[in-house]
Design a protein. Structure first.
Length: 166
């Protein structure tokens, strides 16, 4: 039931942890928890994605609380974020522009406070509904909507400020 949603689980874990290895560890821990509590899941197959992502999120916050490693510093890993993986564009200028845009968006996402980054990633990258995000994060739908609006606004402000600097 959880296997079809591993990509979404990893994607969320990657944005939460900001590190590939930590994201893999988080997904593994979340899958172990999901297996352990599979009997407690009473939903249908369509809700399995939200259920698994909720476990990933809760596992992340539990590990943060347990390790007391909560930091709000902004990290950027050139090796992870610095490559244009889709290969679109035919000219070197287009490839460089796409790479720069992707890099700027990744930096802007990384700079957002966790509460805004989390809902933006779930909505824009995982394409979840407001209701699914609300269930995963454990907040009302209205709060999801306001965090998305505020997060998008902060993202735009960050991008404008850092574009003007260049």
């Amino acid at each position: 039931m959880a296997l079809p949603h591993l990509d979404a689980a990893y994607n969320l874990a990657r944005w939460l942890t900001r590190n590939d290895q930590d994201a893999q560890d988080l997904v593994q821990a979340a899958l172990l928890r999901a297996c352990r509590f599979m009997d407690g899941y009473h939903g249908d197959a369509s809700g399995a994605r939200a259920w698994l992502l909720t476990i990933v999120r809760n596992t992340y916050y539990t590990s943060l609380r347990d390790s007391r490693a909560q930091r709000d510093d902004i990290g950027f890993d050139e090796e992870i974020h610095g490559h244009d993986e889709d290969g679109c564009g035919t000219s070197p200028e287009h490839i460089l522009a796409a790479h720069d845009a992707k890099e700027a968006i990744n930096r802007a996402l990384e700079a957002l406070p966790r509460q805004f980054r989390e809902v933006l990633v779930l909505k824009e990258l995982d394409d979840l509904s407001y209701k699914e995000i609300a269930d995963i994060v454990g907040i009302p739908v209205g709060t999801v909507m306001s965090r998305l609006a505020r997060g998008r606004k902060l993202l735009l402000i960050y991008l404008k400020q850092h574009t003007d600097e260049k």
